[in-house]
Design a protein. Structure first.
Length: 147
């Protein structure tokens, strides 16, 4: 094992994220969209949209967008590439960072963690888990109120 996190941990997270995405977007069809409403304990309601933006025989690109940010004005936007043959899904970009490297020196001018890529994949896993555990089909009023 090298300094930092083992690659096996990162691969395991990518495998579990693929399974989570496959439950939310069966078949990863091109143009497929799924909107999931989430109510937080604070009473705040959010709407998460998952959209398959690209599909090829072996990969799919999924955009995850948060409609109503809980904290601040910056909504969560994550780009994910699902490798259908390998059954893995990894974050390929976020609103603030595109093309994430596996490791970064620390400190760095962009303020990224040493294991930023793993952290982004863990964040994706948390959101997908929340969608699976507590998500619901949103009311039409909720969908129309800002989409």
């Amino acid at each position: 094992m090298t300094r930092g996190y083992p690659l096996q941990i990162h691969h395991a997270e990518c495998e579990v994220n693929f399974l989570r995405l496959a439950r939310l977007l069966p078949g990863f069809g091109a143009g497929q969209v799924r909107r999931i409403g989430i109510r937080f304990t604070s009473g705040h309601e959010d709407l998460i949209e998952l959209r398959v933006t690209e599909r090829s025989p072996y990969t799919a690109v999924i955009e995850l967008r948060q409609a109503r940010p809980v904290w601040g004005d910056a909504a969560l936007e994550i780009s994910v590439r699902a490798y259908l043959d390998a059954r893995m899904a990894e974050v390929t970009g976020c609103r603030h960072a595109r093309r994430l490297l596996p490791r970064y020196p620390y400190p760095n001018s962009r303020g990224l963690a040493r294991d930023e890529k793993l952290q982004q994949d863990l964040l994706l896993g948390e959101w997908l888990s929340r969608c699976l555990a507590d998500g619901r089909v949103p009311d039409l009023a909720l969908v129309g109120a800002g989409s």
